[in-house]
Design a binder for this molecule. Structure first.
Ligand code: NAD
Length: 266
């Protein structure tokens, strides 16, 4: 019998691409707390890598193909999960995409099609996954999605992804209201910058990490483990009345203003 804050809970994890993925940090933290996990992967190119990671660290955990742009793939993903388990307790949404070209200059140049693509994969997918997952949560559950501060304030070059994250956070609030009566909670974690595959698409990521390390109250960047542990809290019975929330796991970056001002008081 597994022990830990998530002992006896079963959940699905969307968004593992490799061992640096935030989703993988979440999966490791959840598994360490006794959760059973199932995973998606995006297409054949990622399948081998995701299966290898899962087989190595969580042997026997189910892994299924699922492109979150496709309703039929989402439906068949949950149908496959249902063959393993009658019910689930949680969903981790750690999925985003925007064209690299739109993450380097100004927001104003974003083409209509690229805007729609970024919003579809990074925000609408939460709605689509929640809709399929909810019937598998008859005893209530918890859904957690990953967001970033660029949803709240202008972060140069984050551009269309900031707009997508604003839609994601707002969707989480509307979903919290739709699903609250069923005992299903929906929350976001706003993570500080972390070096991952997706993050490498943002021009100037290295600069973001350097600035964050210097000016956050904790004077350090965050890790996949920091995010994973807060995810455990949101999936656990220690957060049973927390929903529609955005929790910042960013070493306190979001509370700061007038960065770098440490001049004399006069
Ligand atoms: P990552 O590249 O490891 O993960 C992104 C995942 O999205 C990948 O597994 C990819 O396969 C998946 N994905 C993209 N399009 C998809 C589709 N159509 N269908 C299914 N899956 C798809 O990068 P990450 O940094 O771990 O990103 C995870 C989440 O964390 C994202 O929502 C990201 O915006 C968010 N986030 C990242 C940071 C950071 O600095 N890395 C900070 C805050 C929030």
């Amino acid at each position: 019998m597994a022990e830990g804050l998530l002992a006896g809970k079963r959940g699905v994890v969307f968004g593992v691409a490799n061992e640096k993925s935030i989703a993988w940090g979440c999966a490791q933290a959840c598994a360490a707390q006794g959760a059973s996990l199932a995973f998606n992967y995006l297409g054949e190119t990622l399948e081998r890598r995701v299966r290898k990671l899962v087989d190595e660290f969580l042997p026997g955990a189910p892994v299924f193909d699922c492109n979150v742009q496709k309703d039929d793939e989402i439906a068949s993903f949950f149908a496959s999960v249902k063959k393993e388990w009658d019910t689930i307790d949680f969903v981790i949404h750690s999925v985003a995409y925007a064209d690299r070209e739109d993450l380097k200059d100004q927001y104003i140049t974003t083409p209509r099609a690229n805007f729609a693509l970024a919003l579809d994969i990074s925000a609408y997918s939460l709605v689509a996954l929640a809709r399929e997952a909810a019937p598998m949560m008859p005893n209530g559950g918890s859904i957690v999605a990953m967001t970033y501060y660029g949803a709240e304030k202008v972060v140069p070059r984050y551009n269309v992804m900031g707009v997508a994250k604003a839609a994601l956070e707002c969707s989480a609030r509307y979903l919290a209201n739709d699903l609250g009566p069923k005992g299903i909670r929906v929350n976001c974690i706003s993570a500080g910058p972390i070096r991952t595959l997706s993050a490498s698409a943002i021009a100037g990521m290295r600069g973001m990490l350097t600035v964050a390390e210097k000016v956050t109250p904790m004077r350090r960047n965050v890790t996949q483990t920091d995010v994973g542990q807060t995810t455990v809290y949101l999936l656990s019975d220690f957060s049973t009345a927390v929903t529609g929330e955005v929790i910042h796991v960013d070493s306190g970056y979001h509370v700061m203003g007038l960065f770098g001002f440490e001049g004399p008081a006069e």
